[in-house]
Design a protein around this ligand. Structure first.
Ligand SMILES: NC(=O)C1=CN([C@@H]2O[C@H](COP(=O)(O)OP(=O)(O)OC[C@H]3O[C@@H](n4cnc5c(N)ncnc54)[C@H](OP(=O)(O)O)[C@@H]3O)[C@@H](O)[C@H]2O)C=CC1
Ligand SMILES: O=C(O)C(=O)[C@@H](O)[C@H](O)C(=O)CO
Length: 289
């Protein structure tokens, strides 16, 4: 990447992973971006200064992410691309074929980060360890430079560790002020696994909270910026989704203000535990398709 060491353009810090590679702490997510809008959305984000796109086979817009990258005029090695293995592709041959399809659609020969999207403990005899071994193989083959997991609970992470596998470098889980996901975050912290927080603003659901709006007013910032800054100071990697250019600009402008300890604590105290969860629980989610 062409950047000052330790930052991207827009001064987004890089977070060091267990394998020594560095991921831009703020990216853009493309879940629920309609395929016909995705290339523009990605090119706009890259034009603003984003250098990290969080995608997935499940989002059905990988060809358009690739098109957005080409339209941006940036070279492949200037942008961090993440993809996630679809739930229907956990069996080894299916996983290999699905990743080849992602590479072809994205128009690249490697992913920066490949994740198992969901552990699917109720499918395939709960055998995500075999699937993980395929990710290790794909990393060895150079098709994914880093490998990680998504929606893994502590028991799932322990199962990988007990099997003696390479450690995942990230665990991408639902996390925002209403769902702190403390147990998972503690395990990750203790094992050097970086937490990627999905739905970092709870799809907008935390933005009207009086604690958030009060702190936002004190800083002359938007509620979204305050919540995203809380994530940054917690050490999370985030990739808020937006199809609105002004919000894309806002969501990356997080590095010229900071929250004090009291503001951080007030936001952390908003945790509602399981009542704050907006998406499916990883122990139950088994959707394929
Ligand atoms: N691993 C997993 O299982 C999952 C991963 N993810 C990843 O996380 C990313 C982000 O999560 P997502 O669920 O999209 O939710 P987010 O928390 O990023 O919220 C997105 C929503 O908030 C709105 N929004 C964005 N920025 C602002 C702002 N500054 N002010 C007000 N509203 C705003 C967007 O509207 P608009 O677009 O109209 O501007 C959209 O409706 C996904 O795109 C995906 O990459 C998400 C879910 C699950
Ligand atoms: O966006 C993702 O990455 C997801 O896995 C989820 O959106 C998930 O598919 C879901 O929320 C289903 O309701």
């Amino acid at each position: 990447m062409t950047h000052t060491p330790g930052t991207t353009s827009q001064s987004v810090p890089l977070v060091r992973l267990l394998d020594g590679r560095e991921i831009p702490q703020v990216g853009v997510g493309v879940f629920q971006v309609p395929p016909e809008e995705t290339a523009d959305n990605v090119a706009t984000a890259l034009g603003i200064g984003y250098r990290h796109v969080d995608g997935a086979q499940m989002y059905r817009n990988e060809a358009e992410v690739g098109e957005g990258l080409r339209r941006s005029g940036l070279s492949r090695d200037e942008v961090w691309l993440t993809s996630k293995l679809g739930n229907g592709a956990h069996r080894p041959d299916d996983a290999r074929a699905a990743v080849d399809r992602s590479l072809e659609q994205l128009g690249t020969d490697h992913l920066d980060l490949l994740l198992i999207h969901w552990p699917l403990p109720t499918r395939y005899d709960g055998d995500f360890v075999t699937t993980w071994r395929v990710l290790e193989e794909l990393k060895e083959a150079g098709k994914a430079r880093s490998i990680g997991v998504s929606n893994f609970e502590v028991a799932h992470l322990e199962a990988l560790a007990d099997a003696g596998t390479e450690a995942p470098v990230v665990n991408q889980v639902e996390c925002h002020p209403y769902l702190a996901n403390d147990e998972v975050r503690r395990y990750c912290r203790e094992h050097g696994i970086v937490v990627e927080a999905w739905s970092p603003i709870a799809q907008g659901g935390v933005l009207d909270d009086p604690v958030v709006t009060d702190i936002a007013e004190a800083h002359g910032r938007s509620a979204a910026q305050v919540v995203l800054r809380w994530h940054v100071q917690e050490g999370h990697v985030v990739f808020p989704k937006s199809v609105t250019t002004s919000r894309l600009e806002e969501n990356i402008a997080l590095f010229d203000f900071s929250l004090d300890d009291d503001q951080m604590a007030r936001i952390s105290a908003l945790d509602k535990g399981e009542d704050g969860r907006t998406g499916p629980h990883p122990e139950e989610f088994d959707h394929v398709g």
